[in-house]
Write a protein that binds this ligand. Structure first.
Ligand SMILES: [Zn+2]
Length: 165
């Protein structure tokens, strides 16, 4: 949900009034997030970002991500946002699957990737209050951003499938 204050122009920045759930979503061309699973730990763990209080959905845990630019696909956007927000280095990512939450005139793509290192994760910009590697089974215990809260029961199944390969 990167809003790019001070970062520069992005042509996907803006709100969409959703025809399905009647709420506002960020990203004129949709949005994407990176669900990064670290597989070198004792239990596979997901990178969660505590969003800074001033951001949309601030004070809740979410995936690094944000609006697609018009020329970007979901994988490109998710990787770019993860780098900007959390310092994630793309060469450490092994892309596994994309889960689409399609709202009709807006869509959120969750890009599932694996890494065998910390991928360089750190709080790279002011949108990240904290970053944590959370065991897959514990993610649901966190105070999640509503978008992630709604899709997590489906996402966790995709994560488990990705770990079986
Ligand atoms: Zn919607």
């Amino acid at each position: 949900m990167c809003q790019h204050q001070g970062v520069g122009f992005r042509d996907g920045d803006g709100w969409v009034l959703c025809t399905r759930c009647q709420s506002r979503h960020w990203g004129l061309f949709g949005a994407a997030g990176l669900l990064l699973v670290r597989t070198d730990l004792e239990v596979p763990s997901v990178l969660l970002q505590l969003r800074a209080a001033w951001t949309h959905g601030g004070g809740t845990w979410a995936l690094p991500g944000g609006a697609l630019d018009s020329h970007e696909d979901s994988v490109t956007a998710a990787a770019r946002e993860a780098f900007e927000e959390a310092g994630i280095e793309p060469e450490h990512l092994e892309f596994k699957a994309i889960f689409s939450d399609d709202h009709g005139n807006w869509r959120y793509d969750t890009v599932i990737a694996h890494t065998t290192t910390d991928a360089g994760a750190y709080e790279a910009n002011a949108e990240s209050e904290d970053l944590r590697w959370v065991p897959v089974e514990d993610v649901g215990l966190f105070d999640l951003h509503p978008g992630l809260r709604n899709t997590w029961p489906e996402l966790i199944e995709h994560v488990k499938t990705s770990l079986q390969n």
